[in-house]
Design a protein around this ligand. Structure first.
Ligand code: SF4
Length: 722
């Protein structure tokens, strides 16, 4: 959708916010006659965006036109060591080169490394810096498959929860955002809706105006928790125990929906037997809740209709986080909450979008690589280990010799920061970073390549918080020599001598392939058959078929039919896990790094590495306007007055926080936003943090029980005067 205003010659272009957020807002960009974007606004016609943007993106032009943007390819100057660079002076360590020079040199170096060490010694590292279909994973995947580079297991954010949800339901669907307004109870579990799912908030407000209640379960009193009718501050990582305790009460009091259970689920008897073990007094001892509180929560949840669960990904970033999500996901199946419009729940809606990923990413190209097969997989949550491994032992795959980073800032966001930066500082590691700004990661790059923002390229996008396909049209020409992923990897493929036609595909070619557009111009995917490129250009957003007419034919997942899972029914008991020798039923196993483990004797405090409301992980943290909005808790360690008093710490003094992996120094901020025994620091750039260390100096590379994800929220520390 592009509209021109004849009197002013301003154009309005429909784009989509591609930052890692469930809302995937439709963004209207006003562009003046000189081709400069002068305004961004939420699309008023988009049923979820509803005409407004969050505080992060409302000021987006500050980011696009920031004087500090990287606009030209850069090469590390000879004899400049890799490592932290002073903010604002990073450019002094690099020299400007042309794209031709950079691409030729990078291609040659990748060839040399592949020849000497094998292509699996090259590791791509990317995540959701952009979640557009093309930007997230398209030409880049083709390139690395064809090269035979290691595959990256993208586990850092949501894998444990995603796998766990699918173990119960078979796919990731959920209650439409728009229907939350009909709920009489909204249970936000590990979900800071105000901070990172803000377009759900108007629906909740509407529900509350109609008598609905909001309950928030979160160890930390977030902005959302502070606005709730009831905030339950459980101890970190005890969510699974609480879910099982709720099941105990629900079953004990006969509050389950037997009709729904009989019709739609599998393994109820086994689950009921397991839940009997989780008496409220046991669960109270783990969670820190009272027995009465657990009983009241279970009753209110089971007896209120419709009851909607908003489960977010914080819960699953703990050692037992996969099982916790599995247990929580079973609650609406136990109470039949899915039957009532406005009830049910959602972790992610991404399963609704049936993109033709094979066509876009072409894993078959691995057969044409020197390996002749798909390459080994490296878990991104173990990057420090991968980069510092001594190997190879006989028979092992080679160590990582080249790192190609895009859509991510592992120098700040990856767990076990000290191991990661030790690895990235290796002089023998060849590192390329495609970025918009100098970051903690670019300080270790051999080459930095300038990347576009979502205003400067074309993409197609779904969402993990709604059911609309959207076209993001290029609103402005790329600034300087910034280029999108599709262009970068197409050009690099050419220089590597990859002759396959697919490396010449344009963005529009790739979009057609993602939508599986057929000869008649329509998508051939069942839920997108009504979608054409022309339609997307005109309308900007089009709902998936099952969500096409919410008023006449509301979409309610998991109310009937066969599910895409072994038994075809919601699985309380997982044959799949049983076959792997794992517990097929949910159980609560306290984390090694929690107050219940022996490590707590040395490190007695549970550390929460919190996300900032006004950053997107570390994106936006370099912009002054965004930093101002976060000033209250920046560089602070929030701690309960009881824990501070026990250590003789007073508000405002410098404290040291440490464990066996690292240490940092922050300013003590005493408050009761978190329970005793828990302390919290906020994720920020390392180079913008005191002493150049951020919260990931403390986090570990231990993996979750399901999905092999990161365990940022299972971290023990001690705190003392700094
Ligand atoms: S970050 Fe989320 S809420 Fe903000 S504009 Fe982007 S999609 Fe919308």
């Amino acid at each position: 959708m592009t509209a021109a205003n004849a009197s002013t010659l301003f154009r309005i272009v429909h784009t989509v916010c591609s930052h890692d957020c469930p809302d995937s807002c439709g963004v209207l960009v006003t562009v003046n006659e000189k081709g400069r974007a002068v305004k961004v606004a939420g699309d008023p016609k988009h049923p979820v965006t509803q005409g407004f943007l969050c505080g992060k993106v409302a000021k987006y032009l500050d980011r696009v036109y920031a004087p500090s943007r990287i606009l030209y390819p850069l090469k590390r100057r000879a004899n400049v060591k890799k490592g932290p660079l002073e903010r604002g002076r990073e450019h002094e360590s690099f020299e400007r080169v042309t794209w031709d020079e950079a691409l030729a040199a990078i291609a040659q170096q990748l060839k040399n490394i592949a020849d000497e060490f094998g292509p699996e010694s090259i590791l791509p590292y990317s995540y959701a810096g952009t979640i557009g279909v093309l930007g997230y994973g398209s030409m880049d995947r083709r390139f690395f498959h064809r090269l035979g580079a290691s595959q990256l297991d993208r586990t850092i954010c949501s894998e444990a929860g995603g796998v766990a949800w699918k173990l119960v339901y078979g796919n990731k669907l959920g209650t439409p955002t728009e229907d939350f307004r009909l709920a009489k109870l909204i249970l936000a579990w590990g979900a800071n809706i105000h901070g990172n799912n803000v377009h759900l908030w108007p629906m909740i407000e509407q529900a509350r105006r109609n008598g609905g209640r909001l309950i928030v379960i979160d160890p930390y009193r977030t902005r959302t928790a502070a606005l709730a009718d009831w905030h339950i501050a459980i101890r970190p990582g005890t969510d699974g125990a609480l879910a099982l305790g709720m099941m105990h009460v629900i079953l004990n009091e006969g509050l389950e929906d037997r009709e729904y259970i009989n019709q739609m689920t599998n393994g109820f008897e086994q689950l009921a037997e397991r839940a009997r073990e989780y008496t409220p007094d046991r669960v109270a001892a783990w969670t820190g809740m009272t027995v009465a509180g657990i009983e009241a929560l279970a009753r209110e949840y089971a007896m209120t209709r419709p009851a909607a669960l908003r489960l977010n990904y914080g819960v699953q970033r703990s050692e037992n986080g996969g099982t916790a999500v599995r247990a929580i996901a079973m609650l609406p199946a136990l109470t039949g909450a899915w039957k009532h419009r406005g009830g049910g729940g959602v972790l992610s809606t991404s399963g609704g979008f049936d993109w033709d990923e094979n066509a876009v990413r072409r894993p078959d190209l691995a057969l044409a690589s020197p390996l002749g097969r798909l390459a080994r997989t490296v878990n991104m949550s173990e990057l420090g280990r991968a980069l510092t491994a001594e190997g190879p032992e006989p028979g092992e795959v080679p160590p990582v010799k080249a790192l190609f980073i895009y859509n991510s800032n592992p120098g700040a966001v990856a767990p076990n920061h000290n191991a990661v930066t030790k690895g990235m500082a290796r002089p023998d590691l060849f590192t390329v970073v495609h970025e918009q700004f100098f970051t903690d990661t670019t300080d270790y790059a051999d080459y930095i390549l300038p990347a576009t923002t979502f205003l400067e390229h074309t993409d197609v996008q779904g969402a993990y918080g709604h059911y609309f396909v959207q076209l993001s049209q290029k609103a402005i020409e790329p600034l300087g020599e910034a280029r999108p992923n599709v262009w970068l990897f197409g050009e690099l493929a050419r220089r590597m001598g990859f002759e396959e036609e697919c490396f010449r595909d344009s963005e529009m070619d790739l979009i057609r392939q993602a939508l599986a557009i057929g000869a008649d111009g329509h998508s051939t995917r069942p839920e997108m058959e009504h979608i054409t490129l022309e339609g997307l250009k005109q309308q900007g957003h089009i709902p998936l078929a099952f969500h096409f007419s919410p008023e006449k034919r509301p979409f309610q997942p998991y109310v009937s039919g066969t599910l895409p899972i072994t038994s075809g029914r919601i699985e309380f008991y997982s044959e799949k896990l049983a076959a792997q020798g794992l517990d097929p039923l949910p159980a609560f196993v306290p984390a090694v790094e929690s107050r219940f483990g022996t490590l707590a004797e040395r490190f007695p405090l549970e550390f929460l590495s919190r996300k900032a409301d006004n950053y997107m992980n570390t994106t936006f943290a370099n912009l002054d306007g965004h930093r101002k909005m976060e000033a209250r808790t920046s560089e602070r360690l929030e701690m309960h007055p009881t824990d501070a008093a026990a250590r003789g710490i007073v508000d405002g003094e410098t404290v040291k926080i440490w464990n066996d992996r690292g240490e940092l120094r922050l300013t003590a901020m005493l408050n009761e936003a978190l329970p005793a025994g828990v302390v919290a620091g906020k994720l920020d750039w390392a180079k913008l943090s005191p002493g150049g260390a951020n919260v990931n100096a403390l986090t570990s590379e231990r993996l979750t029980d399901i999905g092999a994800g990161a365990t940022f929220y299972s971290t023990l520390v001690e705190v003392g005067k700094g």
